[in-house]
Design a protein around this ligand. Structure first.
Ligand code: ADP
Ligand code: MG
Length: 628
């Protein structure tokens, strides 16, 4: 898997940036599946921030759309989970950066509707409004609602606007999921300075990774939340947190422990559990019991006139299979990192469910050492994010972080498509090379046009410059090997170099990529790319269909020329007929028509192509003695 890491000690840009933003609070946010929270560093110490009522620092990650169109988030939304499930969105983090086809196995687990058009595009959620008509929301927009709530919360606490944040994500999040998280921040009006891995933040919360002597240390972070379990093995290498391995179960968490108690009660007592409301009530009681038993020996409650009982030992017995599964994951994570338990220097407990005494005990036994559990496990991730934010704000000495590039950089390819070479959020400095070839026989020049932005068509992105690679020796299409290298240095200067390998011709250009573009423009470009995702997809589909059709038209004509000796006039005129139909379709802008005509032409020519191949083989074999 890809390794993600952050740098704690590095370059000059970070230093400049840190100094310039000194004094301004940058907040840390844990955007969780079940609960989210915001923290900041106050008087040198990271603290999580409670709401106005001062009750809890946790904001349940739930968004509810009222029938009058207004939206509530957090505790105010959670109460609608059982009464209005289709308008109450929870666990949206599971959908971030996912397409419908990514979700085939899990989509039925949600009480709300995930729409199934555009299987391969990012999903949307359909929420009925007051008139029963559906409104569509992307997981990015819904996550932005939660972030807005947290932003408001911290602004009320500080009495000043807050514009910059560090947001955490699971170590296994891919680039799409990370970008979706960043986009959610942007939509919520936050400049997301860094996306940090949750286990990295957890280590920072315990002060691990801030001191020189932490160099070379290995850390296991065990995170058992509401619905998911992750274990990550990290190593600090030259001031960088490196993720050696991750393992876990995206459907194993506190909810399963609640269910274990529900199951026990239903086996032990005959309970009326018929409606969704009754089921909801029983689950809530089970969660209460679970939490209570983390501190006490026995729990008693009343449900519909009946007394329900459970003690800690019984609960532990029911929880054991679940905990065993998490331990198996820990074993796999260690094996993937090629480490033994003895190699682990620190074990960190994260997530509300690690309060369960059985969990702590079992993890500690497995690793053969005491676990770090002195911080509130609900808060660890957010506290670490706040420390990371404080480092970025320049308030912590000796600890510096690398910078990243805010927008993708790429080149134009056939059909006016954007081919991103350095994706958004890449660390700088960076260098990336990619191979290209020509699309026309005998092509001796190649235009390299460099763009910045997130849209699929270059016309919608920002052009940074272009140059022409000349003197490519004439060769059939597809034979030249042209390598394009992007070097982006720590100051945001981009150098683009194109080399044709067979002849050694080379050409390059230097571009200032990020200067002259403001934060606002950047935000606009991002939001623009979100809003246009649909039409971009169509434009890209059309451009791709056209390119493919043009290639096939060329080969069809070539095929007729090369095989005219044996093709019948009937066959030739049939091929020409399909060729004409396809050419007509290519002139229009109906992607499906192009693809249909393309399929027809391919279907007709496929058996002829087979025949041509057989004839060639037969011709080549003629006169050869296979036995000698
Ligand atoms: P996430 O990271 O998925 O957002 P959290 O880390 O906030 O989740 O964990 C939420 C889970 O922790 C819930 O299932 C909740 O019931 C559980 N939890 C909270 N407190 C306790 C406790 N005292 N004992 C056992 N489980 C608890
Ligand atoms: Mg969490």
């Amino acid at each position: 898997m890809a390794k993600y890491s952050i740098d704690l000690k590095a370059g000059k840009v970070a230093e400049d940036k840190a100094v310039s933003s000194r004094g301004e609070t940058i907040v840390g946010i844990d955007l969780g599946t079940t609960n989210s929270l915001v923290a900041h560093v106050k008087d040198g110490k990271a603290v999580a921030v409670a709401g106005k009522d001062g009750k809890s620092v946790l904001v349940p990650s739930v968004v509810h759309f009222k029938s009058d169109g207004s939206v509530v988030v957090g505790d105010a939304a959670k109460q609608y989970l059982t009464t209005a499930p289709e308008r109450t969105i929870y666990s949206v983090k599971r959908l971030l950066g996912k397409s419908y086809s990514d979700l085939t196995e899990v989509k039925d687990r949600f009480g709300y509707r995930i729409i199934d058009e555009n299987e391969d595009r990012l999903v949307k959620i359909a929420v009925p409004d007051g008139d029963g008509r559906a409104k569509f929301y992307s997981p990015i927009e819904l996550s932005a609602r939660i972030l807005q709530e947290l932003k408001t919360r911290i602004e009320e606490e500080l009495g000043t606007p807050v514009a910059r944040a560090v947001i955490t994500v699971p170590a296994y999040f891919n680039d799409t999921q990370r970008q979706a998280t960043r986009d959610a921040g942007k939509l919520a009006g936050l400049d997301v300075l860094r996306i940090v891995n949750e286990p990295t933040a957890s280590s920072l919360a315990y002060g691990i990774g801030l001191k020189d002597e932490d160099e070379g240390r290995t850390i296991a972070v065990y995170d058992l939340g509401g619905g998911t379990f992750d274990v990550s093995i990290l190593r600090i290498e030259q001031g960088i947190f490196e993720v050696l391995s991750t393992n876990g179960d995206t459907f194993l968490g506190g909810d399963d422990f609640d269910q274990a108690i529900v199951d026990y009660w239903r086996e032990t007592y005959t309970l009326p559990v018929n409606t969704a409301e009754q089921r909801g009530e029983l689950r809530l009681l089970a969660e209460q019991a679970k939490k209570f038993l983390s501190g006490e020996e026995a729990f008693v409650a009343e449900y519909r006139g009946r007394e329900l009982l459970i003690d800690r030992a019984t609960a532990a017995e029911r929880f054991t299979p679940l905990v065993t599964r998490t331990i198996a994951s820990c074993g796999r994570a260690l094996a993937d990192a090629k480490l033994r338990v003895e190699d682990v220097d620190h074990v960190i407990m994260v997530g509300g469910s690690t309060r369960i005494p059985l969990v702590k005990r079992t993890v500690s036994e497995f690793f053969g050492r005491e676990v770090n559990d002195s911080l509130d496990p609900d808060q660890v991730v957010a506290l670490g994010a706040a420390i990371q934010a404080d480092v970025l704000a320049g308030n912590q000495q000796d600890v510096l972080l690398l910078d990243i590039t805010p927008l993708s950089l790429g080149i134009e390819t056939v059909g006016g498509l954007m081919d991103p070479i350095i994706p958004r959020n890449s660390k700088v400095p960076t260098r990336v090379g990619r191979k290209y070839t020509t699309s026309v026989d005998g092509q001796v020049k190649l235009k390299v046009a460099v763009y910045q932005g997130e849209r699929d068509m270059v016309a919608d992105n920002r052009k940074l410059g272009e140059f022409v690679l000349t003197d490519i020796p004439p060769m059939p299409a597809g034979i030249p090997q042209i390598e394009i290298h992007f070097y982006l240095d720590a100051d945001g200067i981009l150098r683009v170099k194109a080399t044709e390998h067979r002849s050694g011709t080379e050409q390059s250009v230097t571009i200032k990529s990020q200067y002259g573009i403001t934060e606002e423009e950047m935000a606009l470009m991002l939001i623009d790319s979100l809003h246009n995702a649909e039409s971009d997809m169509q434009a890209r589909g059309l451009a791709e269909a056209r390119t493919e059709a043009n290639n096939v038209l060329l080969s069809a004509r070539k095929f007729i020329r090369q095989n005219e000796d044996w093709l019948t006039t009937g066959q030739v005129s049939e091929i020409n007929h399909f060729v004409d139909l396809l050419s007509e379709a290519v002139a229009g802008d109906d992607k499906d028509a192009i693809n249909n005509r393309l399929a027809e032409l391919n279907e007709f020519t496929a058996p002829l192509a087979h025949e041509a191949l057989d004839r060639n083989v037969a011709a080549a074999m003629k006169g050869k003695d296979l036995t000698s």
